[in-house]
Design a protein around this ligand. Structure first.
Ligand code: BGC
Length: 419
């Protein structure tokens, strides 16, 4: 048996978000949508569960950090909830800020680094009532106030910043396929909110850098990976390359100019603005036949989300980022919804193998974060999908590290694993 070993200082982490774990975020647009949903006839409901008290992480964060410490992660990725900090326009909640300070100070005391995201899918109700991402001027003005406040109040505790989680997914889920509030399907609006999110990234970068010039700021992008349905068809391959760039690169390539764009030139893009590292969120892959979605093939393996398991896709993404952009990479999300711990261990190890191969090829990967430390609220699918390294009993809020979590702990301890 061979052992694969990761570079010294490679960061092993786990990720989560505020809304999915904290519970009782009653001033968020998602909370209101969940209530509205319960007033719809069952057949018209869009969400599986109300978020409710989620993992009660707001109150039980110490228990969760105990678990993080036990597993041995060196970095924890989470977010702050804008609607807790500003429950109303221009009305700050000092207690919420103090609570976040307490939480993050506790994490840092344990020697765990913090990667903090400012916007992970949820907005305050007062923002969404004024048009949310569609009301560019308003959201930009207020996001600046919020970002400045967080930087000033919590910035000394933050090691890595992510102003926005998955700009591509937010825009797509909220404005193109309409699965997240405000449930719209409108191409024009989709493009408009993409541009707004690009501005949010750029303005946050400047705000963070003006106070903490050495703190790395990145973006977590949900990389969409495609395979040619007919592997030998040059037409399918051409489409795959084209759609890959369209789905993944508008944001990265638009940062320099501040405009939504895919650049014509294909030489390595040296990032000057808006980003110090690329956060890769990677879960799955799909097929394209002549540029159109094509069915999966016999014998393929899926997670409980119905997502195809395709570790090779992560390698392709890492290689692409390395060949095209001049900044380091951190894998900011990768994980499986499953109740089978052998499956989870297999899933992680197959993905870590390709991370290792990419490192050997020279890709500058600084760390890997498993999604997620604990089971949590999986958006429109509610509590039915279990991504956690730790099981949560949502009736009693009891936590128990799963076998997958124990295995991940052993990987971290050895900085690698036996093949
Ligand atoms: C999101 C998470 C989500 C995970 C699994 C990512 O796209 O950032 O919030 O829970 O995928 O669906």
């Amino acid at each position: 048996m061979n052992k694969i070993t990761f570079p010294n200082g490679f960061m092993w982490g786990a990720a989560a978000s505020s809304y999915q774990t904290e519970g009782n975020n009653i001033n968020s647009d998602w909370y209101i949508e969940e209530i509205n949903d319960r007033n719809r006839m069952p057949e018209n409901r869009r969400l599986t569960d109300l978020c409710g008290e989620a993992c009660d992480h707001w109150n039980r964060y110490k228990e969760d950090y105990d678990i993080a410490e036990k597993i041995g992660i060196s970095i924890y990725r989470t977010s702050v909830e804008w609607s807790r900090i500003f429950p109303q326009e221009n009305q700050e909640n000092p207690e919420a800020i103090a609570h976040y300070r307490q939480m993050f100070a506790d994490l840092k005391k344990r020697g765990i680094k913090l990667m903090l995201c400012l916007y992970h899918f949820t907005l305050p109700i007062w923002i969404s009532q004024k048009g949310g991402l569609e009301n560019k001027e308003y959201i930009i003005e207020n996001f600046s106030i919020y970002a400045k406040r967080i930087v000033e109040a919590l910035g000394d505790l933050v090691d890595y910043w992510l102003p926005v989680n998955e700009p591509n997914i937010v825009a797509m889920m909220c404005y193109l396929i309409g699965k997240f509030p405000p449930y719209k399907k409108n191409k024009q609006k989709f493009r408009k909110v993409l541009r707004t999110i690009l501005d949010i990234q750029l303005l946050s970068y400047d705000i963070i850098k003006s106070r903490f010039p050495n703190s790395p700021v990145g973006v977590a992008l949900a990389f969409q990976h495609y395979q040619p349905y007919r592997p030998d068809s040059s037409r399918d391959i051409r489409y795959v390359n084209h759609v890959f760039r369209k789905m993944n690169c508008w944001f990265l390539e638009g940062l320099d100019s501040g405009r939504l764009q895919i650049k014509k030139r294909r030489n390595k893009n040296v990032m000057h603005k808006g980003i110090d590292f690329i956060g890769v969120n990677y879960y799955t892959s799909s097929y394209l036949k002549s540029g159109k979605p094509a069915p999966f093939k016999d014998g393929e393996i899926f997670t409980d989300m119905g997502w195809l398991v395709h570790p090779r896709g992560l390698y392709d993404v890492l290689e692409y980022v390395h060949d095209n952009f001049d900044v380091p990479v951190i894998i900011t999300e990768n994980g499986a919804a499953t109740t089978d711990e052998d499956f989870r261990i297999w899933f992680i190890s197959e993905h870590l193998k390709v991370v290792h191969s990419a490192l050997e090829k020279g890709v500058d990967i600084r760390g890997y974060m498993y999604w997620s430390l604990i089971d949590n609220y999986e958006w429109e699918r509610g509590y039915t999908k279990r991504f956690g390294l730790t099981r949560i009993d949502f009736d009693t809020q009891e936590r128990a590290v799963k076998r997958g979590g124990e295995w991940y702990a052993s990987v971290i301890k050895q900085n690698g694993f036996m093949l």
